[in-house]
Design a protein around this ligand. Structure first.
Ligand code: V1P
Ligand code: CA
Ligand code: ZN
Length: 393
């Protein structure tokens, strides 16, 4: 069906943890683990599993999480109960520990299971890449880039990306981390601040005091203290509301192309947060599914072993579109799959428009004003090229 065939001499592994999908952050919380169910169902209705090695991930162990996170934090995460929720009328004296239990990172039933399954997906993906058992490994349940060593942040409790990159570093000398989520990938950046074996690059909306998390300015390139090998190995691309496919794609190819030439990474970790799409409940950009996917396609063209992680994405039907399309790019079927969502796809009505590629008008009531001048984007490119001159190669 749809001519979906296994690519010759090329392996894509797909790592899922259906247990994640049943968890709930709360009625009004934007993070809906159910978007993973919708993604998987779209991937399946296009017949893509035939072209991949499909794995059910197990939960990451305490020891595995401990490779990045502190014991104090993990012990609390493993035992905290929703009843411990601070700032409750019932719990006026309860203090917020490790930033857990607020509105962004609520305590909910099965939280530890949810976190360890997400990390399990990403660790399995990393192992396939390390053992040369996959060319691209897909972990849509991962991508939780804000979590810190001893702190939850922005819907992220366990930094599965950091854990996966630590695995990659056992085999690969240099890892390039790229983050196209609309938010700054602060947790991953901070974790690798003092090493030159990981270069982090985040594209994001930047407006301190207004837009979360408020970090990731153009001149944030890692601590420039003396003898820090990690200096100049953090790249930030701060953007404004309404950036278009054309601008984003040109910027992405220019910057990632230059980094690839200069840094010569041996593997890529790509966080594909889908909240950079037009019409996202939290995002502010005007990207279409094609523009988002073009970044994945460009990274694939570099021919390096790669992990694709999920991340943000708060309009589930568009998250499913983007990640299904990007799965098709991984297996090289993007030019073969029909644009119309298959007749037999479950939740077909949920997509509102039956296309994989909604127009901006279909995605939003009112298209967002583009506040990115080409002049500013040229300045950003110039600054990044300037930074790269400090990078040894
Ligand atoms: O803006 C904030 C904090 C809460 N204020 C005190 C400042 N939080 C954001 C968090 C966004 C996290 C994004 C995660 C990711 O990068 C990776 C998975 O996509 C926030 C927002 C917002 N509009 O930015 N929290 C919420 N909205 C929120 C809304 C309703 C219920 C709970 C949280
Ligand atoms: Ca980002
Ligand atoms: Zn985000």
């Amino acid at each position: 069906e749809y001519g979906i065939v296994r690519p010759k001499g090329y392996t894509v592994s797909f790592h899922a943890a259906p247990e994640m999908e049943k968890h709930h952050f709360g009625q009004t919380h934007p993070m809906k683990p159910w978007r993973l169910t919708l993604t998987k169902s779209l991937v399946t209705s296009y017949g893509m599993p035939f072209a991949m090695d499909n794995y059910l991930s197990r939960a990451a162990t305490y020891e595995e999480l401990n490779a990045f996170h502190s014991n104090e934090y993990l012990d609390y995460l493993a035992t905290a109960e929703p009843e411990d929720q601070p700032r409750d009328i019932d719990n006026p004296d309860k203090e917020v520990k490790f930033n857990l239990g607020g509105s962004d990172c609520p305590l909910f039933y099965g939280l530890y299971n949810y976190c360890s399954m997400s990390a399990g997906c990403s660790l399995d993906a990393a192992r396939k890449i390390c053992n040369n058992q996959a060319d691209i490994a897909v972990a849509w349940g991962g991508g939780l880039h804000h979590a810190k060593k001893s702190e939850a942040s922005g819907f992220c409790y366990i930094n599965d990306i950091v854990l996966a990159i630590l695995q990659l570093l056992r085999i690969y000398p240099r890892v390039l981390y790229i983050d196209i989520d609309v938010h700054h990938g602060d947790g991953v950046e901070e974790a690798f601040f003092s090493t030159d074996r990981v270069m982090t690059v985040s594209f994001h909306k930047y407006q301190p005091e207004v837009f979360f998390p408020g970090t990731g300015s153009l001149d944030d390139n890692g601590p420039k203290s003396e003898h820090n090998p990690g200096a100049h190995h953090a790249i930030n691309v701060p953007l404004n509301d309404g950036i278009t496919d054309e601008q984003y794609e040109a910027l992405f190819k220019n910057i990632i192309g230059a980094i690839n030439e200069r840094y010569r990474p041996s593997a890529i970790a790509l966080q594909c947060g889908a909240d950079s799409l037009a019409g996202d409940r939290l995002g502010r950009f005007n990207l279409r599914v094609q523009g988002h996917g073009a970044c994945v396609k460009y990274c694939k063209s570099l021919g390096l072993p790669m992990i694709l992680f999920g991340g943000g994405g708060y309009t589930p039907r568009n998250v499913a579109r983007a990640w299904a399309y990007e799965t098709s790019i991984a297996i090289g079927a993007d030019t073969r799959i029909p644009e119309t969502i298959p007749e037999h796809a479950p939740w077909r009505e949920h997509f509102i428009h039956d296309t994989l590629f909604p127009t901006l008008e279909q995605s939003m009531n009112e298209p967002r004003h583009n506040r990115n001048s080409d002049k500013r984007l040229r300045e950003i490119v110039a600054h990044v090229h300037e930074q790269l001159r400090f990078v040894e190669h």
